[in-house]
Design a protein around this ligand. Sequence first.
Ligand code: LMR
Length: 358
Amino acid sequence: MKLAALFSALVLGVATFSIQAAEPVIIKFSHVVAPDTPKGRAAEYFKKLAEERSKGRVKVEVYPNSQLYKDREEIEALQIGAVQMLAPSLAKFGPLGVRSFELFDLPYIFPNKETLYRVMDGDIGRKLFSLLDAKGITGLGFWDNGFKQMSANKPLRSVEDFKGLKLRIQSSKVLEAQMKALGANPQVMAFSEVYSALQQGVVDGTENPLSNLYTQKMHEVQKHLTISDHGYLGYAVIVNKKFWDDLPADLRATLDTAMQETTVFERKIAQEENDEALAKVKAAGTTHVYVLPFKDRVVWQKALLPVHKAFEEKIGRDLIQATYLTAAEVVKEKATKAIAPVKKDKPGPVKATKPAKT
Ligand code: LMR
């Protein structure tokens, strides 16, 4: 009798143990944008790769559109372990006390995407991620969205057009200074509240890459859009540090590789999503699209440049200088390529072509 009881306890114990061992690790991935945006699609792509590659040891639950948390709350939720993964915009790390991320918000600092990727993937990106350690956060990768465009219910062509406008911004001191430098009145607001704030006239306008503007239907409540590319919006994919460090090493490596591959995918689709969004905004016919001519872009740039100087101390002079140097390197490389002598191919045999039908 005793033996039988011991046996069934053992069997039960083994059964419970194997159920526990089979329980997948849950990664709650919360974000604030629509599923059909660069970030939304990449979150789903990561889910697919992570679940497949880990052979079910991981389950990724993606919560888009601020379903779980709004901008500021989501970072707090990550720190207390209520969610495990996020991809906040780089403009949203200031309230956490890591102001150097606002480097990415400096107007016109990235002349092209090559410069941006070198900054993200090089020493500057590594330095920024190292600042997150003390906050209980680990950075896994930088995702792209695109350059931001200005919108309002009046045309925004010259700097004077901004005077007195109430413009929604993300929670970044650099963006606040940027709008002030243009003579506008910046209002910090969570992304999920922007559409109704524009609709009700709480704010007059905003800035965002086109994929965000279109998927939030902002074009329905903004009569004018200026393609100004005056600033940049991208993301840092982050995880709760303790959660990440406690994962078995092999699983962490699998997820790391899945994240690297997702980052390649994400950067590839970002521009496509923004190009498509522009076509859709034009087709909707509710918003007049104006492309800021180069001569005016120079004037905007001049008005906004003092913002770089004003934030040297908060962001770090070294980081800003290193970004300028990277930009200069890229420009030089492009120029060298452009003037490199074109190798002339030796004339090959002339291929016979079919005579055209008459
Ligand atoms: C915004 O708040 O405008 C953006 O950060 C939203 C996002 O995550 O792209």
